[in-house]
Unconditional design. Structure first.
Length: 326
């Protein structure tokens, strides 16, 4: 009887809280690419601070992230003379359209966005799940990419196994109710975001931290993102590159990793091995959400690694040949 009452309450509650299919972004712009409207944010370098050798930077967010994830660090990268762009990938953030379940399609969409924005061989930085998309873009479109950085992401599959039971749970009205409660009551998520950030993180403290949490979760209150996230529950894995594909990336490569990201960020050692032991920056006080834990250190790492790519564009900078400060 209690289950019937709970189910009825969920059904009614879901009907009364049906979200809008899309929301207008609170910042940024759109570019039309291959039938999709790709949402991006742009941070311009200060006038006179760029040079012909300074590659633009393209930032790709991870699972259930959007361009909001980079708002603390992107201006700090731009301040050092780089044009910076962050893109929302299909199924998350404010991008409308695109394939949410195919890595090659997402990499192609990033490549077409690079062309649409007129960027010349940018460095593509992928955080978490975004590392697989960044790596795929570099693998399949090397002529467009000046370098690739894996940031707390190993591009590996999670091997989730048979997802039949997860898909069934995702279709329950109770699951939809829980999803809507969690994504709308941001105080439930704020502590989780802070824990993923690391011991040095203050990004989610105080009223500014509450504002960041609200902005972070806002895209998840769209019907399109709700459908994409709940619909992905039945997958047997996640978007990923095969080990041999990661090893085949030929553009300059690098790694940024939070020193405290031991569990949620995948395997650092596997990433080193598969990328050929490239230049890396390990950032203290940071966990998986490295760019919000230490936004200045993350920005400095991106710029430093971009400089190594410019100095030695034909190398992944492996082993003893890496510049000092690796």
């Amino acid at each position: 009887m209690a289950l019937l009452v709970l189910t009825a309450a969920s059904v009614v509650g879901n009907a009364l809280t049906t979200p809008p299919e899309t929301l207008d972004p609170d910042a940024g712009a759109y570019t039309q690419v291959d039938g999709a409207a790709v949402h991006y944010e742009h941070w311009a370098a200060p006038a006179g601070s760029t040079s012909a050798a300074a590659a633009p930077v393209v930032l790709l967010p991870g699972f259930a992230e959007s361009t909001v994830a980079f708002r603390a660090t992107a201006p700090l990268i731009a301040a050092q003379g780089r044009e910076v762009y962050a893109l929302d990938l299909p199924g998350v953030g404010y991008t409308r359209g695109g394939d949410t379940e195919n890595l090659r399609s997402q990499a192609d969409l990033v490549a077409d966005t690079i062309r649409s924005l007129g960027l010349r061989r940018p460095v593509v930085v992928g955080h978490s799940l975004g590392a697989a998309v960044a790596g795929g873009t570099a693998l399949w479109h090397p002529e467009l990419v000046g370098g690739v950085v894996f940031a707390d992401g190993d591009a590996q599959d999670l091997h989730l196994g048979d997802g039949t039971w997860r898909a069934r749970i995702a279709r329950l009205p109770h699951t939809t109710s829980v999803y809507r409660i969690v994504t709308r009551w941001t105080w439930l998520d704020r502590s989780a975001l802070a824990r993923s950030c690391g011991s040095a993180c203050t990004a989610f403290d105080g009223e500014a931290g509450a504002d960041l949490a609200r902005a972070w979760l806002r895209p998840m209150t769209q019907g399109s993102m709700e459908h994409a996230l709940l619909g992905s529950a039945g997958r047997s894995g996640i978007l990923h590159l095969e080990p041999e594909q990661t090893r085949a990336i030929a553009v300059p490569r690098a790694i940024i990793w939070g020193a405290e990201d031991e569990r949620s960020g995948g395997s650092l050692q596997d990433t080193r091995d598969r990328l050929g032991h490239p230049a890396e920056r390990i950032i203290p006080g940071a966990a998986h959400n490295v760019m919000n834990a230490q936004p200045q250190a993350f920005a400095d790492a991106v710029v430093a690694l971009t400089d190594t790519f410019t100095r030695d564009p034909g190398s992944g900078c492996g082993g003893a040949d890496c510049p000092a400060g690796r």
